[in-house]
Design a protein around this ligand. Structure first.
Ligand code: F0G
Length: 457
């Protein structure tokens, strides 16, 4: 299988260690079978998330030294605003400390109690923030996203017909916001086409509804558009990004992903000055003064540099190529995953590998635990365990899929590490029928997967 060689060399290293199988068995039991409870030093390859786990470049680290720590009007802030305005063509840019901070600041301004948010798919914190302001979140992804074996180019797309019928059924005044998540994380890092973004925007305009882009992985989305959407093969990543964002009214961004930093976020409003005034007021209460938004000057500086680095096509080719190589190894071994491969990782179809474990015994979580036991690899469940309970009835919800997500940090792991991931999955597949399900022994009321305790059944 072909792979894209790393377009960088290594200047600083971090030693990692591998515990024995017996030690791992003990550590995961002590963690109550919740991978978020593990110490990172007990993890060999950490694929829990691609968020904030990226390796910064020498330019970013030099930027850290130049960070202007002024409370108001710092040069790092001004550099960030200028860079973001150039890339996205939005007038109003507000830094915040991470993606969910942008959600908290924005949703309180655009969503009223009892209103709905409709998205191709809400990420879990996005859903939580909709619910925290008294709203309800509805996912409206295309049907093909729910079939992991079906290889379609844009499985992240919004189901346009369903969107319009939902708006008609619920009433346009009941919809506070429509959110397009690019790439569609919960569907497996699957891309959304420019055409689908445009059509969604047209519907929002027709019914007078705010259209917001959840932009965490916008550069990876643009790369997929260039590879897969007709008419975009000769456009630059920057041109594709300009067009994608031209259809939105606003965006929230966790900058911990495609902007290749360890902390940061953005909230942007294209031209609604009145809404932006509310955003600024809320930022000051929740995040800090508008010219730092919960971040240090050095974070703002690294973020400004990362915004540009994340658009480099050589880097994106390697980045997506790494994930595609892993997918190729799984294809060879007959391991099912959300296919084709997504941008930021592989979402293994745990339902397919562990068909004997029902959704309420969490196959995605069971496979994640096995990967840790097998090879010290830390991953997470994107399925019923993450989805949680119905906020109205308290009953366990059944997710459309049961994935174990191998999220690949940017510029961190080498080709050899990727092979270890494939080998571990192949080893588990061979003894899959022995893997058991789990039950929850304690859970908090919201975003339970981060903190819950589990026990094997
Ligand atoms: N939106 C999307 C699509 C995300 O993937 C995330 C975070 C957020 C919003 C929230 O951003 O973490 O900076 O507050 N996703 C991470 C993940 C945590 O592992 O997928 P945040």
């Amino acid at each position: 299988i072909k792979y894209v060689p790393e377009p960088f060399r290594i200047k600083m290293v971090e030693t990692i260690k591998m515990l024995s199988p017996e030690e791992r068995e003990q550590k995961i039991a002590e963690a109550n079978y919740n991978l978020f409870n593990l110490k990172s030093e007990d993890v060999y390859i950490d694929l829990l998330t691609d968020s904030g786990t990226n390796a910064m470049s020498q330019e970013q680290w030099s930027g850290v030294m130049r960070g202007d720590e002024a409370y108001a009007g710092g040069s790092s802030y001004l550099k960030l605003i200028k860079t973001a305005q150039e890339i996205f063509d939005y007038k109003h840019i507000q830094p915040v400390h991470q993606g969910r901070a942008a959600e908290k600041v924005l949703f309180g301004a655009v969503l009223k109690e009892g209103q709905y948010s409709i998205s191709n798919m809400h990420f879990d914190t996005t859903r939580a923030h909709v619910e925290l302001v008294g709203g309800r979140a509805i996912d409206c992804v295309v049907a093909e996203a729910l079939d992991p074996a079906k290889r379609a180019p844009f499985k992240g797309n919004m189901d346009i017909e369903k969107l319009e019928s939902l708006i008609k059924e619920l009433g346009a005044d009941k919809i506070g916001v429509v959110i397009m998540t690019i790439t569609n994380n919960s569907a497996g890092g699957q891309p959304v086409s420019v055409q689908n973004i445009r059509e969604t925007a047209e519907i929002c305009k027709k019914y007078g509804i705010h259209f917001c882009i959840d932009a965490a992985r916008y550069a990876e989305n643009a790369y997929f558009v260039k590879q897969r959407e007709k008419g975009y093969e000769n456009k630059s990543i920057q041109e594709i990004i300009k067009e994608m964002f031209s259809y939105g009214d606003m965006f929230t961004m966790s900058a911990k992903k495609d902007t290749i930093v360890n902390m940061g976020g953005l909230l942007a409003i294209k031209d609604d000055a009145e809404l932006f005034q509310q955003v600024k007021n809320r930022t000051i209460s929740f995040e800090g003064f508008t010219t730092y938004g919960g971040l240090s000057g050095r974070d703002l500086e690294a973020l400004a540099i990362g915004l540009t680095e994340g658009l480099d096509e050589n880097y994106l080719r390697y980045r997506i190529g790494q994930v595609e190589y892993l997918a190729g190894r799984l294809d060879e071994a007959g391991i099912a995953y959300q296919s084709p491969a997504g941008g930021h990782g592989i979402f293994v179809d745990a339902k397919d590998m562990l068909p004997h474990i029902p959704y309420y015994e969490f196959p995605g979580q069971a496979l994640a635990i096995e990967l840790y036991k097998e090879a010290g690899i830390r991953t997470c469940d994107i399925g019923s365990y993450m989805l949680g309970n119905d906020p109205d009835t308290g009953e366990q919800l059944r997710a459309g899929f049961e994935f174990t997500r191998l999220a690949i940090p940017r510029r961190v792991y080498t080709q050899a590490h990727i092979d270890i991931m494939a080998d571990a999955l192949i080893a588990i597949k061979e003894r899959a029928s022995e893997v058991k399900g789990y039950k929850i022994t304690w859970e908090p009321p919201i975003l339970r997967h981060f903190q819950a305790s589990l026990a094997p059944i």
